[in-house]
Design a protein around this ligand. Structure first.
Ligand code: PRP
Ligand code: ADE
Length: 171
């Protein structure tokens, strides 16, 4: 399926000079949504993932659906102060800022097999932070799965050593 037609370019959002890739048309289309969930659920099953880990907000949209379709659990990575129990926390750099992500400290244990998911790979700051949360626990990142990869920002290099799958790559 050609997913590019469901991704809109929005110039100068959220800041001048950023071309924002709007994935919401893909989420609106039932066939495209089903296709993406099925592709990543199949990957999760092939890699025997126990959990899908994704970051709020856009990572949650497909992350939970992929986990349910793959018969895996879902782990939330949230912005600081949102999770109610003890957390692991990691700071990271965005294409347009600095932020941190937290995961419940007891969400993953050693030996767990984790598919890291996000809607989009840009600089790789978010995804490498997610991988760090997994690996700190002695769990394993079986793959990182993105709908969109902005290859010109070099995020893949920050994920070196992990399998990276993207459905639409912009060079
Ligand atoms: C976007 C996107 C990824 C991240 C990718 O999230 O959903 O999580 O940026 O950028 P990176 O590879 O440079 O880290 P954003 O932080 O804008 O938050 P949102 O999902 O709440 O919109
Ligand atoms: N997250 C980081 N960079 C982005 C971009 N250019 N479009 C959409 N989401 C993003």
């Amino acid at each position: 399926m050609d997913l590019r037609r469901y991704i809109a370019d929005i110039p100068d959002f959220p800041r001048p000079g950023i071309v924002f890739k709007d994935i919401t048309p893909l989420f609106l289309d039932r066939a495209a949504l089903r296709y993406v969930v099925d592709r990543f659920a199949q990957l999760a099953r092939e890699l025997r993932a126990d959990f899908v880990l994704a970051a709020e907000a856009r990572g949650f949209v497909l992350g939970g659906a992929i986990a349910a379709a793959a018969d895996a659990g879902f782990v939330l990575a949230r912005k600081p102060g949102k999770l109610p129990r003890e957390t692991e926390s990691v700071e990271y750099q965005l294409e347009y800022g600095v932020d941190a992500l937290e995961m419940h400290a007891d969400a993953l244990a050693g030996g767990a097999r984790v598919l890291v998911h996000d809607d989009l790979l840009a600089t790789g700051g978010t995804a490498s932070a997610l991988c760090e949360l997994v690996e700190r626990k002695g769990a394993e990142v079986v793959a990182c799965a993105f709908v969109i990869e902005l290859a010109f920002l070099g995020g893949r290099a920050r994920l070196a050593g992990r399998r990276v799958e993207s459905l639409v790559v912009f060079d």
